[in-house]
Design a protein around this ligand. Structure first.
Ligand code: ADE
Ligand code: ZN
Length: 327
């Protein structure tokens, strides 16, 4: 029988979580206070992370919450708090998204963001959590802004602080192809590539096709609509491209966990993993909650979750040698 203890004991990799989406009300309140920002809350219990349905509504709450992050200490603290959670969740390897343009566009220096996050990542190794960073471009921002961001990241990429680039935020009218040249340049510089193709977006399958066939991503984030195109799904399986699902996140924006897509991909042999996405905006559900709740929902047992955890390591960007410990 599947128990929470079993899930807690399973070594896992988390491959799809945004650091800004892990900011819990307590720390948000504390940052607001010390940075003298009025967020309209008298206590942490007043901090409101609620929103309506759909990606646009979620994104409003997400960008609103992160406004309190201003100093290197703030970025350190949010990362450190999350890494402690990851240790408690028995996450051995973490590939963590950050959204620099969401901060530089508010006048925060790129250095402030990356140095705060990186310092916590280094300290987090003592917790047994090995973390790599993935820098996401905001897709509603211009290509020029993405290019400047890639340029700002260059010295940090060269130091090994950033392993990959991703693409997230408002998907409508912002297809993968908009960033074709930026991603080609990032690949040339040695970054791994991934991209969000959120479920149930306009032209979702077309976006997935672009990401896989033209951009040639190393991994696909969400991409649940791929089941509508069996040829594309066969390609994903054949090429052993990882796909990151976030069922509890879907539940919070749309009241369904994409059970059909996730179980279909799993049965077809796709290298699918389960992830939390933005836990502090998804009911405070971290990765163990995601594994347990999704398994309960679809009747999965230990065997399926062991395979999911293996997939998370297989499709991570750690060395083949390091993977051996978990496979
Ligand atoms: N930014 C943070 N979480 C996101 C998601 N699930 N989709 C698009 N952009 C995001
Ligand atoms: Zn995401």
């Amino acid at each position: 029988k599947l128990t929470r203890e079993f899930v807690a004991g399973l070594p896992k990799a988390e491959l799809h979580v945004h650091i800004e989406g892990t900011l819990e009300p307590e720390l948000e309140f504390a940052c607001a206070k010390r940075n003298h920002i009025d967020i309209g809350a008298k206590s942490p219990a007043d901090v409101d992370h609620s929103y309506g349905y759909g990606l646009t509504e979620f994104l409003k709450a997400y960008y609103n919450g992160m406004k309190v992050l201003r100093t290197k200490q703030d970025f350190y603290d949010v990362t450190w708090a999350f890494l402690q959670k990851m240790a408690q969740n028995n996450v051995k390897h973490l590939e963590l998204f950050f959204d620099p343009q969401a901060h530089t566009s508010r006048g925060i220096a790129f250095e402030t963001v990356i140095e705060g996050i990186h310092e916590a990542i280094v300290d987090g190794r003592a917790l047994g959590v090995d973390t790599q960073l993935i820098m996401c471009f905001l897709r509603e921002f211009s290509k020029e802004s993405a290019r400047q961001t890639l340029e700002a990241a260059r010295p940090y990429h060269e130091k090994g602080w950033i392993i990959g680039v991703g693409l997230d935020s408002a998907e409508h009218h912002n297809p993968p192809l908009k960033f074709m040249l930026i991603f080609a340049e990032a690949k040339k510089q040695g970054y791994y590539l991934t991209m969000h193709c959120d479920p149930k977006q306009v032209d979702s399958v077309e976006h997935i096709k672009q990401a896989l066939e033209i951009i040639e991503v190393d991994r696909l984030d969400h991409g649940m609509n791929i089941i509508e195109n069996p040829d594309l799904m066969a390609y994903l399986v054949e090429e052993k491209i990882g796909i990151t699902a976030c069922p509890i996140a879907y539940y919070y924006t749309r009241q369904d966990m994409e059970e059909k897509a996730i179980t279909t991909l799993f049965k077809e042999g796709a290298l699918i993993s389960l992830n939390s996405d933005d836990p502090s905006y998804k009911g405070g559900n971290y990765i163990n909650d995601v594994y347990y709740q999704f398994a309960q929902k679809v009747g999965w047992g230990r065997e399926e979750l062991i395979q999911i955890a293996k997939n998370s390591f297989t499709t991570s960007w750690i060395s083949d040698n390091a993977k051996k410990a978990y496979l």
